[in-house]
Design a protein around this ligand. Structure first.
Ligand code: DGY
Length: 432
């Protein structure tokens, strides 16, 4: 255990670029939005000041309209594509032009609850609060302009679950006739059969080309973007983030009353709207495709994130729990990113089957908080066992437990330090 802990800390130290942590060198050599928030929790286990710095560096690059971009290109590194020359965002330190799951407010709250130096934490939170609020505000304003309570994503990369089966049909409709030729670099670092296919990549790049061609103008994008989806994952994460933001605002007597009222308003609107994502016939939460006006009938790990948003009535929670229990007959390690009996399931390909430690940590919370502690413990134990067996990989094969994608991965090391390690039986016994 001590060895693994030391390796985890070393992974963060090796990936530290001075105030921000890269996910892994080569494959992802810049600062990624939701990665950074999870990394802060890992840092906090041995360097609390460094943990707060992670949020500070991320929010230094928040756009004026409130968006926190999904990548910040702090320095020139030629091993990644698409880099700043493709996004063409005119900033001194360039960024991408899309966002990622807004876990920030929730991870700031978690950090506050775990750190020892509460005084320093309070100082940092007071500085961060207006920025956390303005990111969530951006989501509601720009991605739900009709105030319906469900925000949309314009690119699969915004969901964080890039090649999830959820996006298949919608991606197939993205026109690629005018796609400018490009050369991907991810497959220089990782086996192609663990990454998205060329057909998917073409569509990713076609959407980037569209966003850039329209200068990231929200009005135009909302009307014309070829991919517009209310992702059940992002909506659950945003609802949870609003609840945690409100908790922080109340805890620290946030002086902006209007912001507090607005946050409460989003929460009620979202709680009501979430019901629209529930499919009575299939007994599941589905993402919704705004372009076709149809639900997306795929079941994957995001299906369970509404538990984390605290928005699932007990009867529905039982149904979700039974589904997870059924999956334990199909795979050895929870949570596969796609239903293991779906014909599109691929145990080694990115978000079409593999287990991701960070998603497990969110599902764990949802299960624990809805009174399903036994299954929550299983998710945590599986995560710890995968890491102990294979190392700090980006993702894992849910059948064999093999490590996949990028190695020496920061958010996996962080999830070990801050969460999963505590669920190994030896340690649990000692703590009891
Ligand atoms: C990639 O490049 O694969 C990333 O997932 C985009 O954020």
């Amino acid at each position: 255990m001590a060895d693994i802990d030391e390796q985890a800390r070393q992974t963060l130290l090796d990936n530290d670029r001075g105030g921000y942590t890269i996910p892994t060198s080569g494959l992802y050599p810049f600062q990624w939005n939701w990665d950074s928030c999870f990394c802060a929790l890992g840092w906090a286990t041995f360097d609390e000041k460094r943990a707060w710095a992670e949020f500070e560096s991320l929010y230094l690059h928040q756009w004026l309209d409130g968006m926190v971009p999904h990548i910040i290109f702090h320095e020139h590194v030629p091993t990644y594509f698409p880099g700043p020359e493709i996004w063409q965002v005119p900033l001194n330190i360039p960024t991408s032009g899309i966002t990622q799951p807004p876990v920030a407010a929730s991870k700031v709250r978690e950090l506050y609850e775990t750190v020892k130096d509460k005084e320093y934490a309070e100082k940092k939170i007071r500085q961060l609060l207006p920025k956390l609020y303005s990111f969530n505000h951006w989501f509601h304003l720009q991605r739900d302009p009709n105030n319906e309570g469900l925000v949309s994503i314009y690119h699969p990369w915004e969901s964080g679950r890039d090649n999830s089966a959820d996006w298949d049909a919608a991606l197939n409709r993205v026109p690629v006739e005018d796609l400018v030729p490009y050369q991907r670099r991810d497959t220089n670092h990782v086996d192609a059969d663990q990454r998205p296919t060329t057909l998917e990549y073409d569509r990713y790049m076609a959407i980037v080309q569209f966003l850039r061609g329209n200068l990231y103008d929200h009005h135009t994008l909302h009307e014309r973007v070829p991919f517009r989806i209310a992702d059940v994952g992002i909506n659950a994460i945003l609802l949870r983030a609003n609840l945690d933001l409100l908790w922080l605002m109340e805890k620290f007597d946030y002086e902006d009353d209007q912001a507090v009222r607005e946050t409460r308003g989003w929460i009620s609107l979202q709680e009501e709207a979430f019901d629209k994502l529930w499919d009575e016939e299939d007994q599941a939460y589905y993402s919704y495709d705004y372009i076709t006006g149809e639900p997306i009938r795929a079941i994957g790990s995001a299906t369970f994130l509404p538990l984390y948003a605290g928005v699932v009535a007990p009867k529905r929670a039982e149904i979700l729990v039974r589904r997870i229990e059924e999956w334990t007959d199909e795979v050895n390690y929870l949570m596969p990113s796609l239903n293991p009996v779906d014909s599109r399931f691929e145990a080694k390909r990115y978000w079409r089957g593999p287990v991701w430690a960070v998603v497990n940590s969110l599902i764990f919370k949802g299960l624990e908080e809805t009174g399903h502690g036994h299954l929550a413990d299983r998710v945590a134990l599986d995560t710890a066992s995968l890491i102990k067996k294979s190392g700090f990989w980006e993702y894992f094969d849910p059948v064999t437990g093999d490590g996949l994608g990028g190695d020496c991965f920061s958010w996996t090391a962080s999830m070990w330090l801050a969460w999963a390690r505590h669920y190994l039986p030896d340690l649990k016994k000692k703590q009891a």
